[in-house]
Write a protein that binds this ligand. Sequence first.
Ligand code: GAL
Length: 819
Amino acid sequence: MVSLRFLLCFLFVSNVYATIVSHDGRAITIDGHRRVLLSGSIHYPRSTPEMWPDLIKKSKEGGLDAIETYVFWNAHEPTRRQYDFSGKLDLIRFLKTIQDEGLYGVLRIGPYACAEWNYGGFPVWLHNMPGMVFRTTNKAFMDEMQNFTTMIVDMVKKENLFASQGGPIILAQIENEYGNVMGPYGESGKAYIKWCANMAQSLDVGVPWIMCQQNDAPQPMLNTCNGFYCDNFVPNNPNTPKMWTENWTGWFKQWGGKNPHRTTEDVAFSVARFFQRGGTFNNYYMYHGGTNFDRTAGGPYITTSYDYDAPLDEYGNLNQPKYGHLKQLHDVLHSMERTLTYGNISTIDFGNSASATIYKTEEGSSCFFGNGNEKSDATISFQGESYVVPAWSVTILPDCKNEAYNTAKITTQTSMMVKKPNEAENTPSTLKWSWRPENMDNFLLKGKGESTQTQLFDQKVVTNDQSDYLWYMTTVKFKKRDPFLGKNMSLRVNSTAHVLHAFVNGKHIGSQHAENDKFNYVFEKDVKFKSGRNVIALLSITVGLANYGAFFESKPAGITGPIFITGRNGDETIVKDLSAHKWSYKTGLIGFESQLFRTESMSKWSVESVPFNRTMIWYKTTFKSPLGNYPVVVDLMGLGKGTAWVNGNNIGRYWPAFISSENGCDANCNYRGAYHAEKCLTNCGEPTQRWYHVPRSFLNAEGDNTLVLFEEMGGNPSLVSFQTTRVGSVCANVYEKNIIELSCDGKPISAIKFASFGNPNGNCGSFVKGTCESSNNTVDILTQECVGKEKCSIDVSTEKFGAPDCSGAARRLAVEAIC
Ligand code: GAL
């Protein structure tokens, strides 16, 4: 009887516990199968629920097994104990969409996320609780962290979404890269990590917990790696499979920064190398980056776009060739799943960074030939055959004989994306603007806010981050004969305001913003004070709160002072410190409070003489939704800095006036050699971000739509236009004996602009014929095969294209097709 009960219990447990870690640390085992897992990050609030099914479907088609997401605490608990899981925040709906598509989920609860998300995902009210210190053994912090984490786990359990309940979630995460910053926390940091592990374990989710970048992760936490390369990573326990939670597919962008680009060849190289060296789980961070709507961008200074140069672009389009080249890699890796997760591993070192790794089971062998040399190709002799492995690449041979894939040989099309004008109407010329000023009289002339203090406060403390905007106002009186009242007076503000607008007696005396990552600067302007009462009004603006580093929660924001008036009288300089003056505070702006951005807003707008280049002004217009279903963007070229709303939906902060510096771009980006965030940049000397995503679900397909802009620095809206983004042309440049597929993503190919079989040169958009070329009319052949079709598959062979004499060198087909 006892043994029967034991047996039943055992059976029950083995059924329920769907995800486990293989005891030899070789793989994650799901339902008894050791898996090679490819996963991709998609953060649900960075797109809309309407976009999720398509994004997840494309992820699956791209060869992913799993979708990973963070859970952003500040989004879900904006006010203490008041939760929001609506719309873009519908975590359960997102997880069910993953499930419906038949994919697994990886749930990174954190609840610290980082992620270039505002304040790393922490709510600012948490910071403002008495005695609070984040991410250490601080009772108040641990209580709140446990409360939120438990709440999320309970929600997910209630819906049976953990794999242990038959759901899609195979892994959960607690904390995030704490190991990178824990030094300054000392012993408390170590104790905190133990507490995190125990707390997570106590929640009994039935799937393993991850702690990324945590060398001292207590068992049974799985410590995992994040970075551009993780092939050298060794987990802190031999039973832990080698897992990569963040393979950065590109990088994020900051205001003033350039467009990051990590080459396809290098991402593929990093993945293949990781699996060559015993990896078992690779998650792309990001697979789809998306958009930081509203005030969710972290920082300071993260842009609204979080495109990340990911395989799916900001709007959900395929970023080719990255998407396709990785898909082929995934298919090859999956085909070797059994050998990779059970096989005996042996390695041959050929010197000069070249190596072969052989995975061998009784049924067969699979091989990786790696060449980590940045400059020279390697010739590898293996079992009587000779193989050339290009510099900085990995060749995969699922049978150890035939090359199925090389990370540097791209046989997927390159897609060139274009923006097309709104076909529903002729923008920008049809956009008729109305306007109204931001009402600032109370602040500029009266210096009157909602609270007063004889101290300068950090902005977070006053606003609870309910707004980007905080007024700091004070009144200074001068007697008629005050020695101060001379000609040479100035106002000096030591500022950590990301942006500062300063006014004296209602007059704008100047603005300044932090530049080049210096968020601590001195603003100084000459001012003419008058005798009697003077009102100083300083508008401090945050552009995303810090999200990374030890004790980042205490990084100052706003005007922390000191603030001085200086007067020079002859040789004498008199300084008046205003820091302990009576300061009046006002959070937010009137136009935000009265919700001028709402379509139903009854406020009066003027259509007469719409002013340009005026600060603190609201603009409004109506427009027709672009026809079709291509993703929509609004081009805000000409504007300064502010916030934009479409039909009341906040599409994020805009700042096209912020031009990135002229230097640092690399037209001849070389994929060989280690990638870093400053490599292969583009967009020098251009607006950091000109186009802003307007998800289709924010638009009325029929009738009018409203765009409202709050412009704080001054700009010209007359160039604003709505556009769609789509594939403009597709190219390929592949060697003979390959098959290349050309596709216009669901639309017919309209023409072949260039085609040459031989040794053509150049890149997509600038191909030119080489010195040898087939005498067959390549353009005609491809026109026949492709034009009018949504996709065509071309066998690049001499049978089809002829056999030009290229002096023995391998022949290539270069083609550019117009969509
Ligand atoms: C990591 C972090 C991620 C993200 C990434 C950079 O350190 O874990 O959340 O911030 O860096 O994009």
